[in-house]
Write a protein that binds this ligand. Structure first.
Ligand code: CU
Length: 108
């Protein structure tokens, strides 16, 4: 599993797929019941931010596969932040809308 994460990290670096540098704050926009981008790559230790830009719909960002409890919903013009302390691939979903899914790749 650890080797897989490492290989995935190297692969992502090789493709240079928009990894956020130290000073930038990685951001996922929520609009029209979608996480945009659906997949994002951050560096270990970075804080990722989700901003709800719907007109009136609330959402949540739930790392269900990690066994975490569903966090509170957040509403338009509100945001949610989460720090990623471990490298790996972390799928998540919206609690009330199971078809809304995203993935965070965390690399060293
Ligand atoms: Cu939702």
């Amino acid at each position: 599993m650890r080797l897989q994460s490492l290989l995935l990290g190297l692969l992502l670096m090789a493709f240079n797929s928009g990894v956020y540098a130290g000073g930038e704050k990685p951001l996922v926009i929520i609009k029209d019941f979608k996480f945009i981008p659906q997949e994002i790559t951050v560096k270990r230790g970075q804080v990722l931010r989700w901003e709800n830009r719907e007109k009136r719909q609330y959402h949540s960002v739930w790392f269900e596969a990690l066994g975490e409890e569903e966090p509170d919903y957040f509403f338009p013009d509100e945001s949610f932040e989460r720090e990623f302390k471990q490298a790996g691939t972390f799928p998540y979903r919206c609690g009330p809308h199971p078809r809304m899914t995203g993935t965070v790749h965390v690399i060293d």
